[in-house]
Design a protein around this ligand. Structure first.
Ligand code: FMN
Length: 383
């Protein structure tokens, strides 16, 4: 096998190793994918100022994210269905994150349960909450996160309903996956994936099994499922309700507007994630990186500002830090690693990003990542 030198290599391996419907699930954005593309285009358009003859030996990548000491300013973003890309996928990602010294955030819509992750790692992890209509059940998930000593509750607020992804519907993806006449050849050519998922303990949404009546949920049905079960009445007053239930760090994920960022501060959030859900929700919303600078300028002294959307390299991380983020989360970049090679693939993804951050620090003359400022970038667009 040729050496893996970047996240794109892991993506290509992932494409070959998991069935098409699952790869498309990871890859796609909502509707015309305008926002999905904008996320990476806008990051790529930024240019560093190359600085020379600065001694950066002794440079440090360490920082604190939402109260956790971390080896670099990166956390794994919550992603649904990760345990179907590779058997036990969330557990493998949590282990890779622990080994790399960064936080892992488990999704409500994961295959592994909160308790599975607790048993698999010793480091505190974060739990991402979708608030269901059944408030009692939502409260019980918060209780489970407390019992598992999660160090942060990440409430995702940009998905009152799922944005439509055409391929999920066209591919007929279901949870648990189903072998049909249409995908039998695809599955037959991915035996490693098939037996891995077959052998794994769980194959459906572990945290919310109580709602599934042991049936299959199709991705077309998932839209209807979320209409039925996600609480579309959720509003800022409910954030105060959650704040009252959760004594630990509270993170609000999915902020793209400066007024919402101000309100998040006023309801007592400890951190926000500037995010458009990886281009999977409001198509036509701006690139996350375009929304970041103003939000960081207005609320950055009162709340920790995290960022996600389009991060595929350490250079991307540095750009987000320069524009005011304390740290970044990665969705697809870690999923490519998991889908390609399980825990090892995720570890490779994290290591690639760490090394890219280091070299970028050297070439921009930065010694301490906690003090990266907009001066590492040109202010006006450059070729
Ligand atoms: C396959 C996939 C599943 C996702 N599932 C969730 C989820 O369950 N909860 C959530 O808050 N965000 C979810 N997200 C959004 C990510 O947490 C994150 O915001 C996004 O992936 C960042 O963009 P990136 O993939 O370009 O890094 C998901 C993203 C992807 C790609």
């Amino acid at each position: 096998m040729r050496p893996i030198t970047n996240i794109a290599d892991l993506r290509e391996l992932a494409r070959r190793r998991v069935p098409r419907a699952l790869f498309d699930y990871v890859e796609s954005g909502s509707y015309d994918e305008i926002t999905l593309r904008a996320n990476s285009d806008a990051l790529q358009a930024l240019r560093f100022r190359q600085r020379v003859l600065v001694d950066t030996t002794g440079r440090s990548l360490e920082t604190e994210l939402v109260g956790d000491k971390v080896a670099m300013p990166l956390a794994i973003a919550p992603t649904g269905l990760t345990g179907l890309l590779r058997g036990g996928g969330e557990i493998l990602a949590a282990r890779a994150a622990e080994a790399a010294g960064i936080p892992y955030c488990l999704s409500t819509m994961s295959i592994a349960t909160i308790e599975d992750i607790r048993a698999a790692i010793s480091r505190p992890f974060w739990f991402q909450l979708y608030v269901l209509r059944d408030r009692g059940f939502s409260e019980s998930m918060i209780e489970r996160a407390k019992a598992a000593q999660c160090s942060a509750l990440v409430v995702t607020v940009d998905l009152p309903l799922r944005g439509q992804r055409h391929s999920d519907i066209k591919n007929g993806l279901t949870v648990p996956p189903r072998v049909t006449l249409r995908n039998i050849w695809d599955v037959a050519t991915k035996p490693g994936w098939f037996f891995g998922v077959l052998r794994s303990k769980r194959k459906t949404f572990g945290n919310i099994e109580a709602y599934l009546n042991k049936g299959r949920v199709s991705m077309m049905g998932a839209g209807e499922w979320s209409t039925e079960h996600f609480d579309q009445t959720l509003n800022w007053r409910d954030m105060e309700w959650i704040r009252g239930l959760w004594p630990g760090k509270l993170v609000i994920k999915g902020i793209l507007d400066v007024d919402d960022a101000r309100t998040a501060v006023s309801v007592g959030a400890d951190a926000i994630v500037v995010s458009n859900h990886g281009g999977r929700q409001l198509d036509g919303a701006p690139a996350s990186i375009a929304a970041l600078p103003e939000i960081a300028r207005v609320v950055g002294d009162r709340v920790e500002v995290l960022f996600d959307g389009g991060i595929r390299s350490g250079q991307d991380v540095m750009k987000a830090l320069a524009l005011g983020a304390r740290g970044c989360m990665i969705g697809r970049a870690h999923l490519y690693g998991i889908a390609a090679m399980g825990e090892k693939g995720c570890a490779i993804a994290l290591d690639l990003i760490r090394r890219e951050i280091e070299i970028t620090m050297m070439l921009t003359g930065v010694t301490d990542l906690r003090r990266v400022d907009p001066d590492v970038l040109y202010r006006a667009p450059r070729a």
